[in-house]
Ligand binder design. Structure first.
Ligand SMILES: Nc1ncnc2c1ncn2[C@@H]1O[C@H](COP(=O)(O)OP(=O)(O)OP(=O)(O)O)[C@@H](O)[C@H]1O
Ligand SMILES: [Mg+2]
Length: 512
């Protein structure tokens, strides 16, 4: 066995009175992929932040090449050959792709920024991961998936000895994940050590070597990556999960949402569908198919050129979030950090955001009631937090997602629009979210769920709408449908159209 490059040796980390990492030891070895597995809030990101120089341990030691070190900041980590892809995107939106990739390392000649060398180096990094974007594009114009690929390219360009990947696949699609894994295999061959975090157990079996399982900040097991999934789930969640997709179909009632001929140039065209009370409509398609754009248009977040949206038979005016909320339409967005949450505010404020005005009497906000209902909702979703007053920023990624979800639950939303609702959510909490979807349809609500996870679409929808290049390619009953059926429709409209539409969507984002 080769000596580890880095060891977190009996480390402990506290935030105020709360111990979030308790006496954990993790070795990271050249040429091997160490997987950190655990529920949302178990402490995975906190551990890797100690390797990356963002946090310092309160107890224990960090060894690099067998010697105790202090990794004082991110620069120090870089100097030790440690590169990190963080869970939340850390790019500068106004800077170009190339500048982001080369940030802090831009080549210069005679003290002058060498644009060509910077772009060439960036291009090489982008090629490694197979990302076809112009290095001059401002990062903020790219969608979440492409931004994630830029982050990965940035880390790869550092030629690190230790590469840390915190949920790099969360917003990627199958082909992109395959490309990433190919790069990781290659790095493994070059003896690079890797730390990998994912909530997708199949990915862990595919790319991992050794697994450290965490529960509530403690190490509860060290296993080979080939361990059977049920065994892993039991270790991380502390119980077994017998039904991953617990959809209980209710009989559909009256039409709650009717979208007719919805069109916005360059994003989607002639999109029509109906959703009835008690139904879950799954929306499948490739990244760039226009699914997010359609949801945002329905929710009043963006305008559209033509077509109409009716809720309970009444037309919904376009472009007004407030009007949509009032009509009982809620959106859990794809990018919770940019669109869903007020990061500086507390859990309580974030979860109560949609109901603050509707529960007010004579213009006075019902803060006490609000807090009580918020606390109940958070408990129901098992949001892991120190208190309702904790800033949302300090919650783990998956727990932030639960809060956005909880906001609409609390608002008794009639029509819930979900965009990748379980992204970054652990296996146990996923089931909890699915149960909530069931409870919404049971009480007569309707759910539209955009998801890139086909098993989730197949397992939790009643009907599936497939979009391709901005258009509805077809509709299937979920019962009896296969992944192949969905994919065949998803790629129906040609690829060229897809690319063109992608570009126009970026232009649109800029104008927003
Ligand atoms: N700066 C902070 N201040 C206070 N508490 C924090 C801070 N950062 C993290 N925590 C807490 O530490 C715990 C572990 O969080 P961490 O982000 O490491 O979880 P995780 O395992 O990465 O979860 P996820 O799968 O959701 O990403 C959580 O309970 C979180 O609320
Ligand atoms: Mg995390």
């Amino acid at each position: 066995m080769t000596d580890p490059i880095l060891v977190l040796d009996h480390v402990t980390k506290r935030f105020g009175p709360v111990t979030v990492i308790d006496d954990v030891t993790i070795p990271v070895t050249p040429g091997r992929v160490r997987v950190l597995l655990g529920e949302n809030g178990a402490g995975k990101s906190t551990l890797i932040k100690m390797m990356a120089g963002i946090y310092q341990p309160d107890g224990g030691r960090i060894l690099v090449d067998g010697k105790e070190v202090t990794i004082a900041d991110t620069k120090a980590a870089e100097a030790l050959g440690i590169a990190t892809i963080h869970q939340e995107l850390n790019l500068a939106p106004n800077m170009s792709v190339a500048e982001n990739i080369m940030l802090g390392r831009t080549p210069s000649r005679g003290g002058i920024f060498n644009k060509k060398a910077t772009f060439d180096a960036a291009r090489r990094a982008l090629d490694m991961i197979g990302l076809d974007v112009d290095p001059a594009t401002p990062v903020g114009k790219l969608g979440v998936a492409k931004q994630q690929l830029v982050e990965i390219a940035k880390a790869l360009s550092q030629d690190a000895r230790l590469l840390i990947l915190d949920e790099p696949t969360a917003s990627l699609t199958k082909p992109e994940i395959t490309a990433l894994f190919r790069v990781m295999e290659d790095l493994r061959g070059k003896n690079v050590a890797m730390v990998f975090i994912s909530h997708h157990l199949d990915e862990i079996a595919q790319i991992g070597d050794d697994i450290s399982v965490l529960r509530d900040g403690q190490l509860v097991g060290e296993l080979p990556a080939a361990t059977e999934e049920p065994e892993l789930v039991r270790l991380m969640v502390g119980r077994s999960i017998d039904k991953q997709y617990p959809r209980v179909a209710s009989s559909p009632g009256e039409v709650l949402l009717e979208v007719d001929g919805l069109t916005r140039a360059g994003a989607f065209s002639d999109v029509s569908f109906k959703v009835r009370a008690g139904e879950v409509l799954g929306v499948a398609g490739l990244v760039g198919a226009g699914r997010t754009e359609v949801l945002r248009a329905i929710a009043g977040a963006d305008k559209y050129d033509s077509g109409s949206v009716r809720v309970g038979g009444k037309p919904l005016p376009q472009g007004y979030l407030d009007a949509a909320i009032k009509a009982g339409v809620g959106l859990v967005p794809e990018d919770r950090k940019a669109q869903g949450l007020v990061l500086g505010a507390s859990v309580n404020e974030n979860i109560g955001y949609a109901t603050l005005t509707s529960t007010a009497t004579w213009g006075l906000a019902d803060l006490a009631g609000q807090r009580k209902r918020g606390t109940e909702t958070a408990q129901r979703l098992r949001v892991r937090m120190a208190s309702m007053d904790q800033p949302i920023r300090n919650l783990s990624g998956g727990n932030q997602q639960k809060v956005v979800f909880g906001r609409w639950l609390m608002a008794n939303t009639k029509i819930l629009l979900l965009d990748e609702p379980t992204r970054g959510v652990d296996v146990g909490a996923k089931v909890e979210i699915y149960e909530l979807i069931n409870s919404i349809t049971e009480r007569g609500g309707a759910v539209v769920m955009v998801s890139s996870e086909l098993p989730e679409v197949l397992g939790m929808s009643d009907r599936i709408l497939v979009m391709s290049a901005g258009k509805v390619a077809g509709e299937l009953p979920a019962q009896g449908a296969t992944q192949d059926d969905v994919m065949t429709l998803a790629v129906r409209n040609n690829r060229i159209a897809l690319k063109e539409q992608d570009l126009q969507a970026y232009d649109h984002q800029e104008n927003r």
